[in-house]
Write a protein that binds this ligand. Sequence first.
Ligand code: DX5
Ligand code: ZN
Length: 221
Amino acid sequence: MSSYLIAPSILSADFARLGEDVEKVLAAGADVVHFDVMDNHYVPNLTFGPMFCQALRDYGITAPIDVHLMIEPVDQIVPAFAKAGANIITFHPEASKHVDRTLQLIKDHGCQAGLVLNPATPLTTLEHVLDKLDVIMLMSVNPGFGGQTFIPHTIEKLRQVRALIEQSGRKIRLEIDGGVNVNNIKEIAEAGADMFVAGSAIFSQPDYQKVINEMREQLSQ
Ligand code: DX5
Ligand code: ZN
């Protein structure tokens, strides 16, 4: 795997042909499947749960699955996702009463653990849990929907989180989610991100390979 990971968000995939579409995007060069779980409570939208994750595994998808939980509460669903084949589980700190406990729960179930910060969530949230984090994900849109526009102040926030990660000396992925496309991915990488979620930018195109190649080209410049 390259040091930059491209993680298509299946929120924008064809739900009626999910297995085929995921297979297609992976064959086109994607590294990770980004799996957006929404509960119509923590966010104003509703998607899919562990059974869909299991269904993708049963279909034969072997790529890492990055489960982004936009649900409240968090803890009850963690074991089910681990069992269904999740590799990374991230959640929003506002949605868990005991953030440290939830991170540990995810790790105890054999998955990598991460926190997701909304555009208005301060970085202080990371302060006492850095040693438990495998991933930090910054939302560059407000969570709930695909196809929104990248919020520019996230660039500065990315730089600050990258500095925090370097200071920590730990190997923590810095993932960005929301409004990522071919035109802004380079600037986002330069600010410190190394894992890129992209939903509409990939799935709205007829040729997934073309757009993923264009993204990689931007990242290699
Ligand atoms: C939004 C989700 C994102 C979303 C990204 O709440 O977490 O993963 O699908 O979609 P785009 O890339 O279209 O902004
Ligand atoms: Zn997401």
